[in-house]
Design a protein around this ligand. Structure first.
Ligand SMILES: NC(=O)c1ccc[n+]([C@@H]2O[C@H](COP(=O)([O-])OP(=O)(O)OC[C@H]3O[C@@H](n4cnc5c(N)ncnc54)[C@H](OP(=O)(O)O)[C@@H]3O)[C@@H](O)[C@H]2O)c1
Length: 318
């Protein structure tokens, strides 16, 4: 598995990572501890070492982190662990600490995540959403303290606009903090707003690695859906049927024909489209079953030529 840099972070990340939003979610094969163990161990065995979770992921607060902490017992040192704090629009057990980007809140959030993850350090601690109530200098200053204390190794942001990324970078400089390691935002072939509005370019400009979320469009680009078929045990069928129903099937079928011509699967072409971009650090695809993460890892070697990127992007414009 290729390893890539993550901005200025003092470690590398696997080109295919694992999105851990599914752990502890009702109705999935990874709802249970055994199901989570199976996916995490299959990931590590396939060379997928970068794991992205958040305090709010799972069927209840902290559950994804708790399941992961248990699954990684004895294998923690093989993993690079990313988690998040400070999703704005939810009530959390730490709301009495103040605004979600405040020093008091994020220090308490860090302690709670360390405990659930059963670890002494978080490799990447991300602010889940911008906090309009807290100056970015306070947030980044507190994150820099946590780095100094060895509780986190780097920090990142998520769902920041291009302007907010530029301001956060300036804020980091003004408080003497290390640079921002990552910017996480939605990017897939059917969700290219970050290309259109400058968020992807801004992340590159400030030297942060880009982490695309929903990279497979909830599974649409795994090749298991068609104009007429939707596997019943998929998240799309269970929760978001509109993603398949509203898909541009003329474009999807034209994409499949291109993949067939090039001798690659849709999954290989899609992962290759991401990884052909220097700014992308890791494609954090989710997986509910061990065979999915193994397949994703095995599909990460192909890279499109520039003319092939042009053909793909013409089908799915920004
Ligand atoms: N920062 C943020 O605000 C934010 C927001 C959303 C997500 N995220 C992050 O992004 C990660 C990835 O997003 P996601 O997991 O929601 O969506 P995704 O990566 O676009 O889709 C993952 C889903 O596709 C299916 N799948 C994956 N590999 C497959 C394979 N090889 N064969 C067949 N099906 C396969 C699985 O669902 P089924 O088995 O159910 O079909 C899996 O759960 C999250 O886990 C989270 O870490 C961050």
């Amino acid at each position: 598995m290729e390893q890539r840099t993550l901005g200025p972070a003092p470690f590398t990340v696997s080109a295919v990572g694992l999105g851990c939003n599914n752990f502890g979610r009702a109705g999935t094969a990874s709802e249970s501890q055994a199901g989570t163990d199976a996916v995490i161990h299959a990931a590590l065995d396939a060379g997928v070492t970068f794991f992205d979770t958040a305090d709010l992921y799972g069927g209840e607060w902290g559950l994804s982190e708790t399941l992961m902490g248990h699954a990684l017992r004895g294998r923690r040192d093989e993993a690079v662990l990313a988690t998040k704090f400070g999703f704005i629009d939810v009530a959390t057990p730490l709301d009495d600490r103040g605004a979600k980007g405040s020093r008091a809140y994020l220090r308490a959030a860090c302690e709670a995540s360390l405990e659930r993850l059963q670890t002494d350090r978080i490799d990447l601690f991300q602010q889940h959403q911008p906090d309009p109530a807290t100056p970015i200098e306070e947030t980044i200053g507190a994150l820099a303290e946590l780095i100094d204390e060895g509780k986190i190794r780097s920090y990142g942001v998520s769902q920041f606009t291009a302007e907010q990324l530029t301001a956060a970078d300036a804020g980091a400089t003004s408080v003497g903090a290390p640079g921002i390691a990552s910017s996480q935002d939605e990017l897939s072939l059917v969700a290219r707003a970050v290309d259109a509005d400058g968020r992807f370019a801004a992340a590159e400009r400030i030297g942060a690695g880009f982490l695309p979320f929903f990279p497979l469009a909830n599974g649409l680009f795994t090749g298991k859906f068609s104009r007429t078929e939707m596997p019943a045990d998929s998240r799309i069928a269970r929760q978001r049927p509109h993603i398949a129903q509203d898909a541009d099937w003329d474009a999807m079928e034209a994409y499949q024909r291109l993949c067939d011509d090039w001798g690659v699967s849709m999954l290989e072409a899609t992962l290759g489209w991401f990884l052909a971009r220097r700014g992308v650090s890791s494609v954090i695809a989710g997986a509910t079953r061990p065979e999915q993460v193994a397949q994703n890892a095995a599909s990460a070697a192909w890279r499109p030529e520039p003319d092939q990127v042009t053909l793909i992007e013409a089908l799915f414009p920004a």
